[in-house]
Design a protein around this ligand. Structure first.
Ligand code: IFM
Length: 446
């Protein structure tokens, strides 16, 4: 066995957690998810977001927990349906509440990253087709972004326009309809929606910069490692490559080079010209690996069927496996962009916390190499406390803190203590690994 090493992170590295408004605030009654949750069969066990984690009334208690852990960064989202509950009517009280939150973070030495759109649309926008029509949604999104930067730009300059356009489009229109509007097999619509979100991103990029010279603007891109089930099969390899292109690379190519892919042209989007050069940084949401088998009956998902790689370690998720090292090949692609990268989300559902410590350590070890090339500026763990996990309701537990939705009680998991110790040392080393996840020593110090 190799002697222990210490993997140091840069002094200015951002250590954060990430949350989204609808998952933590509670009573976001004016968006499409709230409406979706009310109909039976949409959310596992009939769960509802309800009061969520109570952030609208008291996010500050959780900000104090961030201080306990030593976080110096937090990614949160602003709820469009609170800022603009009716089309064209902006709510100053809601803006003031967000200002108080941002100030609360700043006063605690925590730098906010603000996401403008994280899966939720105001219900009035949903009724106009959500993101299906560029000419409708893009100007509305720009007006909202302008309002946000004008009213909060003194408190935040790190903006994430949109969270996971590929997931929003895939789960709302293509695969299993687990997100509103709940369509399946609509590749044309999925592609149109994804392209419109990229156009919305690009237009918001411009308006954020117009109002704030020093704005740093990016988006949060969900990336998965697509691995052929049988690496010797040309068909499995091709299906994995197609999915990698459509899910991981096409959005980035559009924003970096101003070019739609062939698959995107299925949605007949408007010209991609305004997209080029509209990223100051790239956000990566990485959760794991996806096995892919060729399936001639699935042209809608580019002939790839999702499968589990034999022997893979599974978390509480139904799909995808625990494979922190899978981020490395994805990051290699990003190096070519020469843009800074934030890991805007990374985590796993693990109610009893038996996998999470090893997962965090392996992930940070994998990231450390990219950090040395100054590629990665910060890591935002998903998430601080268990919260409302969309179609999975309260079942999947992603939190560093266990959260009881009935009592509101939070209890730190061992992973919270691990994250605190890593941040204190600004490093991972043998002592930490042996204390929190002795089973991964061999993986980290081979
Ligand atoms: O909870 C979600 C988040 O809203 C978007 N990215 C993935 C997370 C875990 O599923």
């Amino acid at each position: 066995m190799m002697a222990d090493a210490t993997f140091y992170f840069p002094d200015d590295f951002k250590w954060g957690a990430a949350t989204a408004a609808h998952q933590v605030e509670g009573n976001n009654t004016n968006n499409q998810w709230w409406a979706w949750e009310q109909a039976p069969g949409h959310i596992r066990n009939g769960d509802k977001s309800g009061d969520a984690c109570g952030w609208w009334l008291d996010a500050e208690a959780d900000f104090d927990r961030m201080v306990d852990l030593g976080l110096n960064a937090h990614r949160l989202s602003i709820e469009w349906s609170r800022i603009e509950p009716r089309e064209g009517q902006f709510d100053t009280a809601a803006i003031d509440r967000y200002r108080a939150m941002l100030l609360g973070l700043r006063r605690r030495g925590i730098e906010p990253m603000v996401t403008l759109h994280h899966f939720t649309n105001p219900q009035w926008l949903e009724e106009r087709g959500g993101w299906e029509h560029a000419h409708v949604v893009v100007p509305l999104f720009v007006r909202y972004a302008a309002r946000v930067v004008k009213s909060m730009g003194d408190l935040c300059d790190l903006w994430c326009t949109i969270n996971e356009p590929n997931v929003y489009a895939t789960l709302g229109y293509l695969v299993d309809g687990r997100m509103p509007p709940g369509m399946t097999n609509r590749l044309d619509k999925a592609m149109a929606v994804m392209c419109n979100m990229l156009l919305g991103h690009a237009a918001a990029y411009q308006v954020l910069h117009e109002h704030q010279a020093l704005a740093r603007v990016g988006f949060a891109h969900h990336m998965r490692l697509f691995q052929p089930l049988n690496p010797a099969s040309m068909l499995d390899r091709t299906a994995a490559r197609l999915l990698d292109g459509a899910f991981n690379r096409d959005s980035l190519t559009a924003l970096l080079k101003g070019r739609w892919s062939l698959a995107m042209l299925r949605g007949r989007p408007p010209s991609p010209r305004p997209l080029r050069g509209t990223l100051d940084w790239i956000g990566v949401n990485y959760y794991g690996r996806q096995g892919v088998a060729f399936d001639s009956a699935s042209p809608g998902t580019l002939w790839g069927r999702q499968v589990t790689i034999p022997g893979a370690e599974m978390s509480d998720f139904d799909t995808g496996d625990v494979y922190p090292e899978g981020i490395t090949p994805l990051l290699k692609y990003l190096v070519l962009s020469r843009l800074p990268v934030y890991i805007t989300e990374n985590g796993l559902p693990d109610a009893d916390d038996h996998l999470r410590p090893g997962f965090i350590l392996r992930e940070l070890r994998a990231l450390w190499s990219a950090v040395q090339f100054q590629l990665i500026q910060g890591y935002y763990h998903w998430t601080l406390t268990d919260n409302f996990e969309w179609a999975d309701g309260w079942r999947l537990k992603f939190g560093l803190y266990q959260f009881d939705p009935l009592t509101g009680e939070r209890t730190p998991r061992r992973s919270a203590m691990l994250y605190r110790d890593i941040i204190r040392k600004n490093a991972i080393n043998g002592d930490i690994v042996r204390e929190y996840a002795p089973d991964v020593v061999e993986k980290l110090f081979p």
